[in-house]
Design a protein around this ligand. Structure first.
Ligand SMILES: Nc1ncnc2c1ncn2[C@@H]1O[C@H](COP(=O)(O)OP(=O)(O)OP(=O)(O)O)[C@@H](O)[C@H]1O
Ligand SMILES: [Mg+2]
Length: 499
C-alpha cells in the first residue's frame, strides 16, 4: 500500500478578490506520480505555487507527512522536502551546472560549507546516478534545453526532495528528450520520490501517472482516480465541461496557384538545398526531430537570417534579402516557437496586446485608435480562443496563465488574414479545447486563401490539419507525404533518415 504523504483540503485562493481556487482537494501517495490536468487558467500553477510557498492560500488546510503544512516562502517548502520545477526554467545560464545545483542550498547542504571541488564531485555523482548526459563544469548556456530540465531535477535530488512538482516539463522538449525525462521520472519513483506532473498532453498523463486529478475553473472536478479507471475522453469532458467528438477539424479546400516558392535555400551547417512551395489555401506541415533545422529554416524564410544561396519567390517575384518588416508588409505572419521572444508586452493589457498586429485597421480616419472596434475584435478573439481573463482592458497580459499568454500570441496574428503564415509549435502548453479552436481558425484562414507552413513536433497534430507534410532531417528535406497517405511510421522513418 502506498502511504498518503500530502493532502490538500478545501484550499481556496483569491487575488485581490478574484477567486482563482475554490475548495480544491488533492492527495498524493508515496512513490506515486499524480497527474494534474485542466484548461489554461484553471489554476494548476497557482495551486502549485501555494504548495511551493510562493503564494499563501486564502483558506483551507494542507498536511504533509502527517503534519500541518503552510509554507510562508519557498525556503519553507524546500526544507519540508518539496522541489518545484517551474513552467519557465530557473537556471542561471552563465553559471556552471554544479554552481546551479547548489546555488540556493547554502548552509542547509549536508556537508555544511562546500568546496568547489566537493560540489563538482557530488554533482557528477548525481548526474551519473540519474543518467544525465552533462558534466558539472559545463556552463548551463551550453547545455541543450532538454538537458537543463533534467538538471533542474538533479538539483531537486541534490536537495533531497521527497516531492517534485513538474509544471509542464515537456513543452520545450524533443521527443527523445521527453523519453529521457520520463525514464528519469520512473527511476525517481523507485528511489522514493513522489511527483506531481502537470501537462496538456493527455497521452503522457495516461502513460506516466498513477492517478489523475482534474481542475476546472479553480475547482477539483469529480474524484481523483487511478489512471486505469479514467479514459482520455472522460478527462477532457471533466476539463472543459463538454465532450469533444474529434480533436482535429479538417476541411476540404480547393488549392490555388503557387504563392510562395523556396528554391535551393542553403546555409552552411544549418540547412541544405531546401526547395518546396506553398499553394494558395494550402496547409503544409513541416515535421522533423529537434535540431533538424525547421526553426532555422523559418528564420531564413522570414528574413531574420540570411541564406548563403538559393532564392525565395513570392507571388511570382523574387524577394532578395527581404527583412522581417518587408515580409510583414507583404502579408507574412510568423509565430515563433520561443515563448520568451513572442513579442508580448507583459505590463500592457490583454486587449492592447491582441490588437497590436492589426492596429492600422483599428484606427479612425484621423489616426486615433477606434477603441470600440478594438474592444469588439478583442472580445471576439477572447471568446473564440477562450482566453481566461477577468478584464481585457485592465488585466496585464503578464498575469495571465502560461497557456493563456500563448493564446494571446496566436490570437493577435489571427486578427489579420496573412497571405503566408509561418507557425512554429503554436499549440505547446495550450489546452485541448483551445487547440481545436486554433486548428479551426487555421483551416478557415486557408479556406480564405492564406497559405500556411505549420512546423510541429507533434505528428498527430500535423496529420490532423495538413494537406501535405514535409519532413526534415539534418538540414535537408528528406521527403514529403500527401494527405491521406501519411502515417506516423512513414514520418518517423523520414525524420530519422531510414528508407
Ligand atoms: N498574480 C496574479 N494576479 C492575478 N491573477 C492571477 C495571478 N496569478 C494567476 N492569476 C490568475 O489565476 C488564474 C489561474 O492561473 P494559473 O496560472 O494557475 O493557471 P494554469 O492552470 O496553470 O494554466 P496554464 O495551463 O495556462 O498554465 C488565471 O486566470 C490567472 O490569470
Ligand atoms: Mg500553468
Amino acid at each position: 500500500m502506498h502511504r498518503e504523504i500530502l493532502k490538500l483540503t478545501d484550499v481556496c485562493k483569491d487575488f485581490s478578490g478574484i477567486e482563482v481556487l475554490r475548495n480544491v482537494n488533492l492527495r498524493l501517495c508515496d512513490r506515486h506520480i499524480l497527474g494534474l490536468v485542466g484548461e489554461n487558467g484553471a489554476g494548476k500553477s497557482t495551486l502549485m505555487n501555494i504548495l511551493g510557498g510562493i503564494h499563501r492560500m486564502s483558506s483551507g488546510s494542507m498536511e504533509l507527512f502527517g503534519e500541518p503544512y503552510d509554507p510562508k516562502n519557498p525556503a519553507d517548502s524546500k526544507r519540508a522536502g518539496i522541489a518545484f520545477i517551474h513552467q519557465e526554467l530557473n537556471l542561471f545560464s552563465n553559471m556552471s551546472v554544479a554552481e546551479n545545483m547548489f546555488i540556493d542550498s547554502g548552509k542547509h547542504h549536508r556537508f555544511g560549507f562546500v568546496s568547489a571541488q566537493a560540489r563538482r564531485k557530488e554533482t557528477n555523482g548525481i548526474l551519473k546516478r540519474l543518467n544525465i548526459n552533462a558534466r558539472a563544469n559545463t556552463l548551463v548556456e551550453n547545455v541543450p534545453i532538454g538537458v537543463r530540465q533534467l538538471i533542474e531535477i538533479a538539483k531537486a535530488i541534490a536537495q533531497n526532495a521527497r516531492i517534485i512538482i513538474m509544471d509542464e516539463p515537456t513543452t520545450s522538449l524533443s521527443n527523445s528528450e521527453k523519453k529521457v525525462l520520463f525514464d528519469l521520472m520512473r527511476e525517481l519513483k523507485t528511489q522514493g520520490v513522489a511527483i506531481i506532473f502537470i501537462s496538456h498532453a493527455l497521452d503522457d498523463i495516461m502513460d506516466m501517472c498513477d492517478e489523475v486529478a482534474v481542475l476546472r475553473n479553480g475547482e477539483t472536478i469529480g474524484e481523483q482516480l487511478p489512471v486505469s479507471r479514467i479514459t482520455k475522453d472522460e478527462m477532457i469532458s471533466r476539463m472543459i465541461g463538454r465532450e469533444i467528438s474529434q480533436l482535429y477539424p479538417y476541411v476540404e479546400k480547393s488549392l490555388g496557384d503557387e504563392v510562395f516558392g523556396v528554391h535551393g535555400i542553403t546555409k552552411r551547417g544549418v540547412v541544405d538545398d531546401i526547395s518546396f512551395s506553398l499553394r494558395k489555401g494550402e496547409i503544409v506541415g513541416l515535421f522533423g526531430l529537434m535540431g533538424a533545422g525547421r526553426s532555422e529554416l523559418a528564420h531564413i524564410l522570414f528574413g531574420i537570417d540570411k541564406p548563403d544561396s538559393g532564392k525565395i519567390v513570392f507571388d511570382g517575384e523574387e524577394k532578395k534579402g527581404a527583412k522581417p518588416l518587408q515580409w510583414v508588409r507583404t502579408g507574412m505572419a510568423y509565430i515563433t516557437e520561443s515563448r520568451r521572444d513572442n513579442g508580448l508586452l507583459m505590463p500592457k493589457s490583454v486587449e492592447d496586446n491582441l490588437i497590436i498586429v492589426d492596429l492600422k485597421n483599428m484606427k479612425r480616419r484621423l489616426g486615433a485608435l477606434n477603441r470600440k472596434l478594438a474592444s469588439e475584435k478583442s472580445k471576439q478573439m477572447k471568446e473564440r480562443l477562450n482566453i481566461r481573463t477577468y478584464s481585457l482592458r485592465r488585466q496585464p497580459v503578464g498575469s495571465l496563465s502560461g497557456g493563456n499568454q500563448q493564446k494571446v500570441v496566436i490570437g493577435k496574428w489571427l486578427m489579420i488574414n496573412p497571405t503566408v503564415f509561418l507557425i512554429d509549435e503554436p499549440t505547446r502548453g495550450v489546452d485541448v479545447g483551445a487547440k481545436y479552436e486554433i486548428y479551426t481558425h487555421i483551416n478557415e484562414l486557408a479556406k480564405n486563401g492564406s497559405s500556411v507552413l505549420f512546423i510541429s513536433s507533434e505528428m498527430e497534430e500535423l496529420m490532423g490539419v495538413c494537406d501535405r507534410i514535409l519532413v526534415m532531417n539534418s538540414g535537408r528535406i528528406a521527403g514529403g507525404v500527401d494527405r491521406p497517405d501519411y502515417s506516423q511510421e512513414t514520418l518517423i522513418k523520414l525524420a530519422i533518415g531510414e528508407r
